[in-house]
Design a protein around this ligand. Structure first.
Ligand SMILES: C[S@@+](CC[C@H](N)C(=O)[O-])C[C@H]1O[C@@H](n2cnc3c(N)ncnc32)[C@H](O)[C@@H]1O
Length: 408
């Protein structure tokens, strides 16, 4: 099952964003600004004037990052794990509004209505621009959210004053924490003398997530979507945080299809992340090229946390089949395609390397359109397997896919 994606933002969005930013940025200046913001996100020191940084974030990073919450929200929706009532959305570290806008567009496309969006951040200038962005999008009928259904305010992702505006104490149905915790940890590390290792960073991430889940709080049937960059270090921290979160009274709904040990932590070189096939809109291709950034595909890592038990499954899988996630890119080798899979396996739950799924080209030669082909799949996809394919304890880690024993 391919991840649910939205179309790249249209030219109408580009015009509304330019109006919201409210100042002329020369086309030839934007790539350099984008490159410097990108370097800042990677932890490099950059002397950037605040208005320039905010303009680059609204004109480039927002249209790119808007898509990062889409597939995680679609997994919740397709599994029936989002409440049917009009949803209250809290965006923590909202910046100029990428995740809130992504959630609004995705939830509407998935048939949900949104009652309220609250955006909090410690940066009031970013929030002021966020408001302008939403006003411009509303004026051009690109979003339906009424002005009174959006609130912004100072708030911290570190749990101390997560959100706290009066009148906002009702639980939240959806919480978004997108590309924020890396920044929180980086600023904490800058203030500390001893750098933290992966385990200590994971402890802190789990603590921050749990303080939002219980403190904000998240509704009993709500979901928190945590997005981080698809970087080796950040993604492994999420994978480790998953175990801590699960042993502390919350549940990880996705990306993991099972509660066993994480196979992506066994080999130091692995990290779990998605690569979704959504490109930057054409109006940003030149900017991306000029800034040395990619314009094809979108990568990120994520965890979806809930207060109620339940895990993501391929929603239309055959009864009794096992859902599995593709945790690598599909590789073409001589006469076959291969990909790493993460799935619930029979036997003990200690950590094992990911499964290696393989499909021989000759097995599908001339096969009907409806036969699932590994070559059509991509990292991050959910598939379903006949449980008979899974190795028993002590057997090899290769799963041979045929034509009717698995489905996309
Ligand atoms: C990279 S931006 C991400 C913005 C948005 N969530 C997105 O996905 O595009 C990170 C945001 O987190 C905010 N931030 C960093 N540390 C924070 C903290 N401790 N509390 C609240 N916001 C914080 C920054 O001000 C910034 O707006």
């Amino acid at each position: 099952m391919q991840p649910f994606v939205l179309e790249p933002l249209s030219d109408d969005f580009a015009r509304a964003l330019v109006r919201a930013v409210g100042r002329k940025i020369e086309a030839r200046s934007l790539p350099a600004l984008v490159e410097r913001v990108s370097r800042k996100y990677l932890g490099e020191k950059q002397a950037l004037a605040k208005p320039d940084e905010l303009a680059a974030r609204a004109l480039f990073f927002l249209p790119r990052d808007v898509h990062k919450v889409v597939a995680p929200l679609a997994e919740l929706s397709r599994s029936g794990a989002l409440a049917a009532r009009p949803l209250r959305v809290l965006d923590v570290g909202a910046g100029v509004g990428a995740s809130s806008l992504g959630a609004l567009l995705a939830l509407s496309a998935l048939g949900h209505s949104v009652a309220h969006v609250r955006c909090v951040d410690e940066d009031h200038e970013a929030l002021a621009l966020l408001r302008k962005v939403f006003d411009a999008l509303r004026a051009d009928a690109l979003i339906e959210l009424a002005s009174s259904a959006l609130s912004v305010g100072a708030g911290s992702a570190d749990g101390a004053n997560a959100l706290g505006a009066p009148g906002n104490s009702e639980p939240w149905d959806v919480m978004l924490v997108s590309n924020v915790l890396t920044e929180v940890l980086r600023s904490e590390d800058a203030r500390s003398e001893a750098p933290r290792d992966e385990a200590a960073r994971a402890e802190r991430v789990a603590q921050l997530v749990l303080s939002l889940v219980h403190g904000a709080p998240l509704a009993e049937d709500g979901a928190l979507v945590l997005i981080e960059p698809a970087m080796h270090a950040d993604a492994r921290v999420l994978q480790r945080a998953r175990t801590i979160i699960e042993s502390s009274g919350a549940f990880v709904f996705a990306p993991c299809t099972h509660g066993g040990a994480c196979p992506m932590l066994v080999r130091e070189r692995d990290w779990c992340h998605d690569d979704v096939s959504v490109d930057l809109p054409p109006w940003l291709h030149e900017v991306a090229r000029g800034a040395g950034l990619r314009y094809q595909g979108l990568t990120y890592s994520y965890l979806t946390v809930r207060r109620s038990a339940g895990r993501v499954k391929k929603h239309d899988a055959r009864e009794g089949w096992v859902s599995a996630r593709m945790v690598g890119a599909v590789r073409e080798t001589k006469g076959k395609r291969e990909v790493f899979l993460c799935a619930e396996e029979p036997g003990p739950t200690e950590a094992r390397e990911p499964l290696r799924a393989m499909q021989l080209d000759r097995a599908i030669k001339g096969a009907a359109e409806t036969v699932p082909k590994l070559g059509d799949c991509a990292r991050g996809e959910l598939v379903a397997l006949d449980p008979a394919l899974l190795p028993n304890e002590g057997e090899g880690r290769t799963v041979r896919l045929g034509v009717s024993d698995w489905e996309r």
